[in-house]
Write a protein of this length. Structure first.
Length: 261
């Protein structure tokens, strides 16, 4: 806690903007706690020992790397939410103000510079469009589509990797069954020692199939959850941009000097 009663993550009004990041941290703390419990129970060591293909380790490495990517993108989106909220507060306080392009970005009539971010860049595009067309309504549909594609690009890697983990799980299952059937095909007699060795090979192959399947499905589910929360944060940011520009920016540009022929 800080001396003014706020939190280290920012002022009280910014707490909701960092909500996606806090939820992501909570989910991963629970996941890490579960892994620690499995390790203390010896199940992780058992998985590593029985998985001779090391596909489960590959899945874990991919999961860690993609989770770090999700953390980075969530931090970026949270900061964009803070900047969008601040810009909306400025536009609301200076309701009806004219917008112009300055050397440091978009500025109001009072000389206030909007915080840099996705919203400020989108407003800059709207201002330039209004200046170039010199009259008429300002249609931002195409710019919003472009903005939506750029924002959705932040989560495409996670969606791809989550599907790839499921494919790796299927691959590990197939490899495990192949290894399980090899001892059967190599049987030349039905003596006790021969059958014992074949059953041992079948057990090893089955263990590989099950371990890789569980690791792949669990990793894919965790990534799906993480990027679902990132998608919700991106949708919140996009809604804020659309609402802010439609209420404060488009109306100001259409009634301003650039809107008159």
């Amino acid at each position: 806690m800080t001396s003014d009663g706020g939190v280290l993550i920012g002022p009280p009004e910014a707490r909701a903007d960092y909500g996606p990041l806090l939820r992501l941290v909570l989910v991963n703390v629970i996941a890490v706690t579960g892994l620690v419990i499995l390790w203390r129970m010896g199940l992780l060591d058992l998985v590593i020992e029985t998985d001779h293909t090391r596909v489960s380790l590959i899945i874990f490495a991919i999961l860690v790397g993609t989770t770090l990517h999700c953390f980075y993108q969530t931090v970026v989106v949270s900061r964009e939410l803070v900047a969008a909220r601040q810009a909306r507060t400025i536009l609301d306080a200076e309701h009806g103000t004219r917008l112009a392009l300055g050397p440091q970005g978009v500025m109001t009539t009072a000389g206030t510079i909007l915080p840099p971010g996705v919203l400020a860049r989108h407003i800059e595009g709207l201002v330039r469009k209004a200046q170039l067309q010199a009259g008429g309504p300002v249609d931002q549909n195409l710019l919003l589509r472009l903005l939506a594609d750029r924002l959705r690009g932040r989560e495409r890697l996670g969606l791809f990797v989550s599907e790839a983990l499921l494919r790796l799980a299927l691959l590990g299952t197939a490899i495990g069954f192949i290894l399980m059937l090899i001892p059967i095909s190599a049987l030349t007699s039905f003596e006790a020692d021969t059958l014992r060795g074949a059953l041992g090979g079948m057990t090893s192959g089955m263990a590989i199939a099950l371990n890789v399947t569980v690791a792949g499905i669990a990793g894919a589910l965790l990534l799906k959850l993480e990027y679902y929360m990132l998608d919700a944060a991106i949708a919140d940011l996009f809604d804020t941009i659309v609402e802010t520009t439609e209420i404060y920016v488009v109306s100001a540009l259409e009634s301003g000097p650039d809107a008159r022929a």
